[in-house]
Design a protein around this ligand. Structure first.
Ligand SMILES: Nc1ncnc2c1ncn2[C@@H]1O[C@H](COP(=O)(O)OP(=O)(O)OP(=O)(O)O)[C@@H](O)[C@H]1O
Ligand SMILES: CC(C)(CO)[C@@H](O)C(=O)[O-]
Ligand code: BAL
Length: 282
């Protein structure tokens, strides 16, 4: 497995794979890889001949008070995990390689509606940063397909929409959330949790499953359910950011007639912000 840091090297290698008629799958990540990421690489390897995993902590999607500087950078460990998972090529560019003129001069991709609300409301500019870098990665790698985790549910919706709207010829594949045994969604940011916080963290998924069960049993007083969920999170020691019950396609607030619902949650444990979601069919 090779690792390249420059766009020039990336293009040279990919040109040769394309000339051999190989299909290319892309797995965009920010590194500090865990089994969730590995599942995306495996899925990409099942569907494409060549898997390119990008590792780039994208400054454009971080707010001024967020964890850009402390985000874990663990390239050597990541390379070991990727090689074992069947990855072909790692693309690990510097910020200068991606944004040579700096962020202020960067053209932006703005995705309306699905970017609004939820994480989009709590992290202004975040999805512009994600949409822009993902569009750039699509242009740099020109993959046949790309795999993203359902853990970042709103992000996946944003990427599906921009791919359709900009007519980018890439198949977008969603992959299910990989969890710890106690239900906590695997996430690089779980590493920020101290022992006490880690013991509380599974309450996020427990709350999702409890609300999902009540929806399946026919409850449709969505506002009350969301309020109760926020209370449960707060009582456990979390600081809820949002708990929203939405239409799974539009990500707009659910209405009685909706059959496919998704519960979206973000909550802080200390300074760590956890997100998760669960979909329900009624
Ligand atoms: N537990 C998981 N299961 C499946 N996919 C995941 C999981 N966690 C992350 N992913 C996916 O991996 C890709 C890269 O995500 P990223 O590098 O941000 O990982 P992360 O662990 O979610 O990090 P963070 O803690 O910053 O959110 C995204 O498509 C994301 O949805
Ligand atoms: C898709 C992504 C790699 C874009 O920076 C990032 O948002 C992530 O890791 O989910
Ligand atoms: N997993 C989404 C990347 C971010 O939180 O910035």
């Amino acid at each position: 497995m090779r690792t390249v840091h420059s766009l020039k090297e990336l293009r040279t290698i990919l040109r040769s794979y394309r000339q051999q008629g190989k299909t290319i799958g892309l797995v965009p990540t920010m590194g500090n890889l865990h089994e969730g990421h590995v599942s995306l690489v495996r899925k990409a390897a099942e569907a494409a001949d060549i898997v390119v995993t990008s590792i780039f902590v994208n400054p454009m999607q971080f707010g001024a008070n967020e964890d850009l500087d402390t985000y874990p950078r663990t390239l050597a460990d990541d390379q070991d995990k990727l090689a074992a998972a069947g990855n072909t090529l790692v693309f690990a560019p510097s910020a200068d390689e991606i944004y040579p003129e700096g962020l202020a001069r960067q053209t932006k991709v703005v995705v309306p509606e699905v970017s609004e609300g939820h994480c989009g409301a709590s992290r202004p500019g975040h999805f512009e940063g994600v949409a822009t870098v993902v569009t750039m990665l699509f242009n740099m790698v020109q993959p046949d397909l790309a795999v993203f985790g359902e853990k970042d549910f709103q992000q996946l919706a944003v990427i599906r929409k921009l791919t359709r709207d900009l007519m980018i010829p890439v198949e977008i594949i969603g992959a299910p959330t990989v969890r710890e045994e106690d239900g906590l969604a695997k996430s690089s940011r779980n590493g920020y949790l101290n022992e006490e916080e880690r013991a509380i963290a599974p309450v996020v998924y427990q709350t999702l499953t409890s609300v999902a069960a009540q929806l399946e049993q026919g409850r449709s007083d969505f506002d009350d359910l969301a309020r109760e969920a926020n209370d449960t999170l707060a009582k456990a020691g979390l600081r809820p950011d949002y708990f929203n019950i939405v239409n799974s396609q539009t990500l707009k607030p659910a209405i009685e007639a909706d059959r496919e619902l998704t519960l979206l949650v973000a909550a802080f444990l200390g300074t760590t912000r956890l997100i998760d979601n669960l979909s329900v069919t009624r």
